[in-house]
Design a protein around this ligand. Sequence first.
Ligand code: SAH
Ligand code: SF4
Ligand code: F3S
Length: 454
Amino acid sequence: MTTTTFNPSSIQLQRGTFYTAVWGCQMNVYDGERISDLLSATGLQQSNEPRGANVIVLVTCAVRAKAEDKVFNQLLSWRHQGIIDDHTIIALGGCVGAELADKLVELNSDIKIVFGPRTAHRLPQLIAQYLHEGRPQIAVNADALEKFDALPAQGARGVSAFVTIMEGCSNKCSYCIVPYTRGSEESRTLESIIEEIEGHVSNGVKEIHLLGQNVNSYRGLNAKGQLVHFSTLLYSVAAVEGVERIRFTTSNPMEFTDDIIEAIGFLPTIANHVHIPVQSGSDRILKLMHRRYSANDYRRLIAKIRAVRPDIHVSSDFIVGFPGETDEDFAATMQLAEDIGFDQSFSFIYSKRPGTPAAEMDDPVALEVKKERLYQLQALLERSAAANAQRLYGTVQEVLVEGLSRKNSAELKARTSSNHIVVLDGSPELIGQQAFVKITQVMAHTLKGELVHV
Ligand code: SAH
Ligand code: SF4
Ligand code: F3S
């Protein structure tokens, strides 16, 4: 592993402002937050609107074709509205950066800098170099963990903070571009993760959300140089004084081992919600997806988790219309969703990603059929999420108060351990605190509650 001695604050950029826009998964949100810390350390001021910003950083997602299009459309619309001009330094990073690299500056001449998920920390250097040389700068390849060693300390994050514990993915599910954009899987050391968490706690963070494409395959070194598994990391995070709640995303059903299930049983700090993407309920499709578990393996896994936490909420990701998916395959997915009773989940129509094995598979199913299947699945998922939320009615829930409600700033927004948003009346002084709230109303996507005690 190579580490850099690069000190971001040693690069002082011209006085100016930067704006960041983030698409995609929580790992991108984490990278976007770290980029903000980094650019602030160089002397630039963060702006909350793109107009007038000297540097605009786009942290992009490539998981579906539409995710990419969104970025290009955004640039076009900023151009037309006069929000950006020839002097704006557009730095495009994230997964589209890694996927298309130097092609991007040919596709859109507004793009001056291209970086990837692994090179976010090099942004100040790339900006300085662009200003010096006046030509586009492209840097997408680096050691996976170099970024974490080179970034400055985390800034303040409110009551909940993301902490990326590993970079990349080596699973190579047949439809997925992530292993090609984020590279193969590498885990951070236990020490560096705990150090980052301690920093957050000293800034008032109470909930730690561990991130990785496949957190349950975490294999990091401890201070003695021994390899530790995800369950050990969970115990270590729970032992950090001040950590009141732990979440983790995403878990692959394949490696959700018994030691992790045991940790969920032992550690009340682990939130009462797990997100475990299943993708499909058909064994034939799961095989074609290269997911390495069957629908019944998934059912057994959820049953085991519910044996240690009977009321745990489970959410998932689904891909509908994978190449060659038949009515029978889809019926198996509906059956699985019916059997599990998921919470709010994500479901998308399969999107062909160039360079992945599934892109070469025959895909005779009409888009209209796929749309109809998606509609049916989403209706079922909505129904089960609503039924699960209804279970909370009349109960007293421990919540963390995240801030003011977006719809009505006279109300507070809080989050239950089960990952439901609750709005309630209360003093803004409660923001950042734990509170106990009685659930008085269950609406489609939020709950209403009354403060019982702090
Ligand atoms: N590592 C996680 C998923 C990361 S990508 C896991 O394996 O569970 C987030 C979600 O995007 C996936 O769970 C999948 O449902 C969806 N996705 C990935 N590639 C896709 C594609 N080509 N078309 C449609 N959805 C896709
Ligand atoms: Fe993609 Fe599969 Fe890795 Fe998830 S586990 S990021 S779906 S390759
Ligand atoms: Fe998208 Fe990259 Fe995350 S493709 S989902 S931003 S890992």
